[in-house]
Design a binder for this molecule. Sequence first.
Ligand code: NDP
Length: 315
Amino acid sequence: MMTREHTRCLIVGSGPAGYTAAIYAGRANLNPVLYCGMQTGGQLTQTTEVENFPGYPQGVDGNQMMLDLRQQAERFGADIRDGELVKADFSKKPYVLTTDRGLEIEAESVIIATGASAKYLGLPDEEKYSGQGVSACATCDGFFYRKKVVAVVGGGDTACEEAIYLSGLCSKVYMIVRKPYLRASDVMKRRVEQNEKIEVLYEHNTLGLYGENGLEGAHLVKRMGQTDEQRYDLPIDGFFLAIGHKPNTDIFKEWLDLDEVGYIKTLDGTPKTNLEGVFAAGDCADSVYRQAVVAAGSGCKAALEAERYLASLNG
Ligand code: NDP
């Protein structure tokens, strides 16, 4: 059995960034090999309909869109494989990455598009109502809660942004914040405070969710000081998590410059990392925009840079 393979261009991840990189690298005759990772199709397969990706006037099912992107990449010769890369050795060129089946891939260039995963509270009810009231993306799913009552969990910039976005659609937005204050930047705090549709529930935690046919509400607890607590049920139709994302970059942290949260640092608006021939695209390198269309754009840039880099190697 072969335990080592060689490729000119290895793409890690199968979200919009990874597949777009594969389309461009395939068309440039780089014969890219793409590993899908732990969730084939990435975060968009977790949402229902994507309505804000340009080119789909009627919207598109997230899973369908990812299948379309995959087929498009395959049409140009991308070798798309199930499985994860579990180890990276960037100590020398060619770089070597190891799959979960023990295959070593020697790569002249690497495009990292491993995405980020939304954090959840860890309540069993979050899974139970997933897609039926629980979401970790207001821009993806907010539209389905028009004129309804929703809650956003978290007190950072993302939570404020999501709450403000939802306030444009929903009749009422609660923010469930565990501290007595918002961690968000001053400007976002001010916008939240001035928004009549948003009510911040400080010092609140979620104990569980309830509902017979989909989500109907949340069991909350307000803790004041060490001993005082008040438990009650809050009727809501939607429960949005905004407690941060975790970029999927663990296997690269030994080699690449990451920010304090783990996002890959790229150079001057390009997908270049601190290592020659290693590029980062999509949410694993983007803590700010986190949109499919932005990820797709950065996947394109990464493939163009990989192509240039490989051409420079050959004089
Ligand atoms: P943050 O880490 O800044 O905030 C996470 C929030 O979730 C905090 O309020 C935190 O509470 C809360 N939280 C975390 N875990 C739990 C839990 N288990 N239960 C309840 N609450 C919890 O993440 P963001 O995604 O908001 O932001 C990430 C980075 O991206 C930040 O640097 C932010 O400034 C930046 N950003 C910038 C934007 C912009 O400039 N427009 C937009 C969005 C993000 P606590 O405060 O108690 O820890």
